[in-house]
Design a protein around this ligand. Sequence first.
Ligand SMILES: Cc1cc2nc3c(=O)[nH]c(=O)nc-3n(C[C@H](O)[C@H](O)[C@H](O)COP(=O)(O)OP(=O)(O)OC[C@H]3O[C@@H](n4cnc5c(N)ncnc54)[C@H](O)[C@@H]3O)c2cc1C
Ligand SMILES: *[C@@H]1O[C@H](CO)[C@@H](O)[C@H](O)[C@H]1NC(C)=O
Ligand SMILES: *[C@@H]1O[C@H](CO)[C@@H](O)[C@H](O)[C@H]1NC(C)=O
Ligand SMILES: *[C@@H]1O[C@H](CO)[C@@H](O)[C@H](O)[C@H]1NC(C)=O
Ligand SMILES: *[C@@H]1O[C@H](CO)[C@@H](O)[C@H](O)[C@H]1NC(C)=O
Ligand SMILES: *[C@@H]1O[C@H](CO)[C@@H](O)[C@H](O)[C@H]1NC(C)=O
Ligand SMILES: *[C@@H]1O[C@H](CO)[C@@H](O)[C@H](O)[C@H]1NC(C)=O
Ligand SMILES: *[C@@H]1O[C@H](CO)[C@@H](O)[C@H](O)[C@H]1NC(C)=O
Ligand SMILES: *[C@@H]1O[C@H](CO)[C@@H](O)[C@H](O)[C@H]1NC(C)=O
Ligand SMILES: *[C@@H]1O[C@H](CO)[C@@H](O)[C@H](O)[C@H]1NC(C)=O
Ligand SMILES: *[C@@H]1O[C@H](CO)[C@@H](O)[C@H](O)[C@H]1NC(C)=O
Ligand SMILES: *[C@@H]1O[C@H](CO)[C@@H](O)[C@H](O)[C@H]1NC(C)=O
Ligand SMILES: *[C@@H]1O[C@H](CO)[C@@H](O)[C@H](O)[C@H]1NC(C)=O
Length: 612
Amino acid sequence: MFHIQSTLYLAISVLLYRCQAKIFTSPDQLTTTTYDFVIVGGGTAGSVLANRLSEVDNITVLVIEAGIDNKDILPVQVPFLGVTLPGTSVDWNFTTTPQTGLNNRVIPYTRGFVLGGSSSVNLLTFNRGSDDVWDRWADLTQDAGWSWDSVQQYYLKSSRLVPPADNHSTLRQVDPTVHGNGPVEVSVPGFPLPIDDIVVSASKQLGGRFAFNEDFNSGNFVGVGFMQSSVGGGERSSAATAYLEPVENRTNLDILINTRATKLVQSGKSGYTPIFQKLEIAQSNTSTPIEVCARKEIILAAGVIGTPQLLLLSGIGPPSAFKNSSIKPLVNSPDVGLNLVDHPLVPNYFSVSSNGTWDDVLRNGSILNATLGEWIGARQGLFVDSPGNTLAFMRLPPNSSALEGISDPAAGPQSSHTELIFVDGFAPFGTVPQPSTGNFITVLTNVVSPTSNGSVTLASDDPFDKPIIDPRILTSDFDIQAMVQAINDAQTFLASSSWQAEFKPVPFGDLATATTDEAKAAFARNNSVTVNHPGGTARMSPYGAPWGVVDSNLRLKMALGVRIVDASVFPVIPECHIQGPVYIIAERAADLIKAAYGLIPGQNTTSPDTCN
Ligand SMILES: Cc1cc2nc3c(=O)[nH]c(=O)nc-3n(C[C@H](O)[C@H](O)[C@H](O)COP(=O)(O)OP(=O)(O)OC[C@H]3O[C@@H](n4cnc5c(N)ncnc54)[C@H](O)[C@@H]3O)c2cc1C
Ligand SMILES: *[C@@H]1O[C@H](CO)[C@@H](O)[C@H](O)[C@H]1NC(C)=O
Ligand SMILES: *[C@@H]1O[C@H](CO)[C@@H](O)[C@H](O)[C@H]1NC(C)=O
Ligand SMILES: *[C@@H]1O[C@H](CO)[C@@H](O)[C@H](O)[C@H]1NC(C)=O
Ligand SMILES: *[C@@H]1O[C@H](CO)[C@@H](O)[C@H](O)[C@H]1NC(C)=O
Ligand SMILES: *[C@@H]1O[C@H](CO)[C@@H](O)[C@H](O)[C@H]1NC(C)=O
Ligand SMILES: *[C@@H]1O[C@H](CO)[C@@H](O)[C@H](O)[C@H]1NC(C)=O
Ligand SMILES: *[C@@H]1O[C@H](CO)[C@@H](O)[C@H](O)[C@H]1NC(C)=O
Ligand SMILES: *[C@@H]1O[C@H](CO)[C@@H](O)[C@H](O)[C@H]1NC(C)=O
Ligand SMILES: *[C@@H]1O[C@H](CO)[C@@H](O)[C@H](O)[C@H]1NC(C)=O
Ligand SMILES: *[C@@H]1O[C@H](CO)[C@@H](O)[C@H](O)[C@H]1NC(C)=O
Ligand SMILES: *[C@@H]1O[C@H](CO)[C@@H](O)[C@H](O)[C@H]1NC(C)=O
Ligand SMILES: *[C@@H]1O[C@H](CO)[C@@H](O)[C@H](O)[C@H]1NC(C)=O
């Protein structure tokens, strides 16, 4: 984990501009408890919905967010300092169960506890995945509305390309024609580093599986290219800054923070189908919950952990979950909390003789201070980017033994199996602390088409208790073999002559002695953490299918009044960084909801109002 003297940036953060919005901090401040829509979670998807639904001025919307306000938190704003956020006031501080694939290690499981949710704490990489990702979603859900062609409009509506912080020419680093005009700002790195050119030249030299890709957001998601991040003008662009803040004063939108949704309450029935339009909320485990009601729908956007936890607390889940609990089972929904899939990440360190790495910034307070000064003064310098300016998305070699006897887990030929991120310094994401001297580069190797999956279950019926999180990382043969291939690919790439001058990389630490595939597998199990890309705990499936938690319009199955809009509805994990897909889901969901209630021309599938 990154540790940077926190007093340093706390001292500076009080100098930042402070603005007061109409954000409630206690349920007492609400002037009504009945709204058209109640959104649980002011995170990535929740902020998009809050904005798009409250565009309709005769619709009222309440957002309930468990966490804190995102404003005035310097390390949330400074892209490079995002890495310092785990374990601080903006993190839920979850941990996993002992992971059998990781030699029983327990690893942190960071989730944003703040407006903007995980988009306020993530490492900013912005992708939408390959065309194959979306066409597979359309196949799995039997709904062409999720195909690449159909979701294109929502990608274009959610983000736009802006110049990098230093305004350098981005010719051949990004293709402006594949970008949209939405609120999230996306840019290539704004502080070029010495290894960027080396990565590009190694790609051109090696070609083949390392061929250069000018823009990963074009539909082709394979090759080596430049990072694109949710950064504009050198600052983090999150769902809170892009979607929520600009509309925070709308009179038909109430935002309540520091408050948790603790239970969906059955408010009626339509035939045998239960209706859930009431919701209990509370600020602590000792305060009396109060009830709010949604005349139209409650929208769960509490994320891949919070959403299944709330469903289970409400008696919606597999019957086995309620066998030994005080919770009354109300809806038999066998997949709630299952199919938790995540991308594993292993940091591979190499020492280099060049001093052109940023290692000293993390080690030396006065250099850190000066670098922060550049950001505060002019939004320039190293801190305008998250670590890692270039990356590769790789297909396994077609004859890889990882693919023997299984169907290819990637969505199609334009989707990758693994990812390599090239970092110009020692990125202490894993278990190994940064050495006190020396210069390093890091290659983060990730498996982006994993087949392992786990679960989120309740530890108790107390909504303030953390749930049990077991992602079962690296428990399938495919995942471990793909990770070993990625580690080998990293070394093949670094062996090209482009690296052989100042940046000649020498494997460091346990990687140095891991020379066989077996030893590399052991190295991966000892060092893997996660890219923090979990999804799937309330999967989407075709209307009427017995599996899955929501239908392809994201409505909770076998109930009325509830929709789920967040990463938990992924029918299968996308082979990319996942915030882009979450924005797309949320933009499409807003249109589905507007159509359902006659707020835009379209079909009308409203549920009755059971608030009164
Ligand atoms: C450390 C980290 C790094 C990452 N890096 C990247 C990256 O570089 N690129 C990328 O694309 N993706 C990245 N991700 C993943 C990406 O940010 C998330 O997948 C995405 O933001 C999830 O969106 P969501 O809407 O599903 O959930 P969230 O954005 O997490 O929103 C859920 C919200 O619900 C709130 N909530 C939960 N339970 C309750 C409750 N009971 N009552 C009220 N509120 C509740 C939470 O506090 C939160 O605000 C990263 C994630 C993390 C944590
Ligand atoms: C809101 O306005 C739209 C368009 O004017 C109308 O179709 C809809 O019925 C109205 N909804 C409510 C809740 O009044
Ligand atoms: C996570 O831990 C930090 C540091 O102890 C704390 O400030 C923060 O409140 C914790 N988060 C939650 C949701 O409790
Ligand atoms: C950025 O660069 C472009 C093209 O070189 C130029 O037209 C523009 O004025 C520059 N903007 C800033 C803010 O420097
Ligand atoms: C919302 O209102 C507050 C208080 O009047 C103001 O400071 C803030 O700038 C407003 N926000 C927007 C986006 O207009
Ligand atoms: C409430 O939570 C606190 C802190 O997490 C815990 O110590 C306490 O036992 C809980 N109280 C009840 C009534 O559950
Ligand atoms: C049931 O719950 C009780 C109390 O929480 C616990 O002691 C017991 O072990 C549980 N039994 C099973 C089968 O999980
Ligand atoms: C999770 O794993 C189980 C078996 O271990 C499998 O049946 C199921 O299809 C998997 N789910 C996903 C989403 O891969
Ligand atoms: C790096 O080394 C070069 C030449 O050896 C030297 O000129 C430069 O000052 C050094 N930079 C740092 C940051 O130490
Ligand atoms: C920190 O960096 C400065 C500027 O390069 C240097 O003068 C100083 O000696 C360094 N301090 C330590 C403790 O290395
Ligand atoms: C940090 O930099 C500021 C100016 O940006 C300066 O006033 C302050 O003394 C520096 N503090 C340290 C510890 O170097
Ligand atoms: C796969 O093919 C490559 C190139 O043709 C060859 O070098 C490699 O040994 C083969 N690997 C396996 C596992 O067969
Ligand atoms: C949809 O249903 C609502 C409530 O029943 C009704 O007010 C509205 O007019 C209907 N809209 C359309 C387009 O049928």
